[in-house]
Design a protein around this ligand. Structure first.
Ligand code: GLY
Ligand code: MN
Ligand code: MN
Length: 434
């Protein structure tokens, strides 16, 4: 499908303005073999797609900045035979027209043409150290230019990690990106509701995973944004549980962490609900603590606040709750100071969200937590994971709960993109009765 290219053109122009006289070269992701001659479903590179909207493999974008800026795409050629087997390819001519490039060339000509584009430029911006084969290739380009020194040309003096520039730009989402993230969030919310309705004792975790995938796919999401976690009972205390093959038991909770990718953007939602549709007393007590921690954290996700403010707010509520449940003993500040709460809450309260589920962008700048700004998108996902142990009261053993929503920082504060996902005890129990 041909995307609206306006936002991609605007991004390339903004990058060109910031490159000075430099050149940026970004390759898309390689195709990956799954086994023998079968490939994983293809997924473009996020940086490349952010700049181009072009989803074919074997493509490279070259942005040449300066007085006469040029945007050049290298991509696969038309190939009647391959298109019979694998489907449509734009080919350079049609790709340049459709995606707004000044020029496009066959990918096979990259090594031949790149020297002329890089020579006598002060800096080359590319993603350093991500792929050894590309690193070697880029050094080869520089050496090729150096080999022509007597004709008066020089290779770029500076090799700059392109992520320095691109990560900062990806951190603030434009209107087009926010639109796609809203849709990813909507589809993912619908999938969580579907999972709640489908869950009952005796079904297997993978049956519920199938409900999620069904809902993603039927709304045009090509894939989950990450491997879905569908974890019944004690499995919820395994943070990256993905086996998803156990039966669901009456009286247990089910933790689902799943989100769709749509238009290249991720949603990331977690809900934890009772397999039989009703929270038990102890389950509810722990759930309400996590929910209160999430509310406190979301309230802190507003412009001007430090990145860490939501996490600190969540930790305080969780630690107080653990004390109330008598799972921790001591004074509240001491429990926070000593990080005693980490026995039950060992991860952080969120991460940037965007094209990648753990999206691009630094969390600290010059050693200080970054300030939140309108247009940033993050998750808020506190949890409590109470593994069975002799000193844990029986009623709380093997309860694992996380609640995760996706938040857009706005001028006024924030907006919860995933607000359509039942979240309170009442909302969840009502959804499950449906
Ligand atoms: N699903 C990955 C995460 O929550 O960070
Ligand atoms: Mn997350
Ligand atoms: Mn998640």
């Amino acid at each position: 499908m041909q995307p609206d290219i306006t936002p991609y053109l605007a991004r390339r122009r903004r990058v060109l303005e910031r490159l000075g006289e430099g050149v940026m070269v970004i390759a898309t992701a390689p195709e990956a073999l799954r086994n023998r001659d079968t490939h994983y479903p293809y997924r473009h590179d996020s940086y490349f797609y952010w700049l181009t909207g072009f989803a074919e493999p074997e493509a490279v974008v070259v942005l040449v900045a300066g007085r006469r800026p040029r945007q050049i795409l290298f991509c696969r050629e038309k190939n009647a035979e391959r298109e019979i087997w694998d489907g449509f390819r734009h080919g350079p001519k049609a790709a340049a027209d459709a995606f707004g490039f000044d020029a496009a060339h066959p990918i096979g000509q990259l090594d031949k043409r790149i020297g002329r584009l890089l020579q006598d430029r002060p800096a080359l911006h590319y993603i350093i150290g991500r792929d050894p084969a590309w690193d070697a290739r880029v050094l080869g380009w520089l050496n090729e230019i150096r080999g022509r020194a007597r004709s008066g040309v020089r290779p770029p003096e500076r090799l700059v990690d392109a992520r320095a520039l691109l990560d900062e730009m990806r951190l603030i989402k434009d209107a087009h990106e926010i639109g796609l993230m809203r849709r990813a969030a909507e589809i993912s919310s619908a999938a969580h509701r579907r999972a709640m309705v489908a869950t009952r004792p005796g079904r297997r975790e993978y049956e519920i995973e199938a409900e999620l995938l069904h809902e993603f796919r039927r709304h045009g999401a090509p894939a989950p944004a990450y491997t879905s976690i569908v974890a019944g009972g004690a499995n919820a205390c395994v943070l990256h549980y993905v086996a998803n093959d156990q039966p669901l038991r009456d009286g247990d909770l089910l933790l689902i962490d799943a989100g769709a990718e749509y238009g290249g953007y991720a949603a990331d939602i977690t809900r934890t609900f009772p397999v039989n549709g009703r929270y038990s007393g102890p389950q509810r007590a722990v759930y309400e603590i996590v929910l209160a921690a999430q509310a406190a954290a979301i309230a802190e996700a507003r412009p001007g606040n430090a990145w860490n403010a939501p996490h600190e707010a969540a930790v305080r509520v969780l630690a107080r709750g653990l004390k109330d449940l008598k799972l921790l003993k001591g004074d509240l500040d001491g429990l926070i100071e000593s990080e005693a709460y980490k026995r039950y809450y060992m991860h952080r309260t969120g991460h940037w969200l965007g094209m990648d589920v753990h999206d691009a962008g630094d969390y600290k700048v010059d050693g200080e937590w970054r300030s939140l700004q309108p247009g940033m998108t993050l998750t808020v996902e506190p949890g409590l994971y109470i593994r069975a142990a002799d000193d844990v009261p029986r009623a709380y053993r093997d309860i694992g709960i996380r609640v995760e929503d996706d938040v857009l920082v706005t001028q006024a504060g924030n907006e919860i993109l995933t607000a359509d996902t039942p979240r309170t005890v009442v909302e969840i129990e009502e959804c499950m009765r449906a």
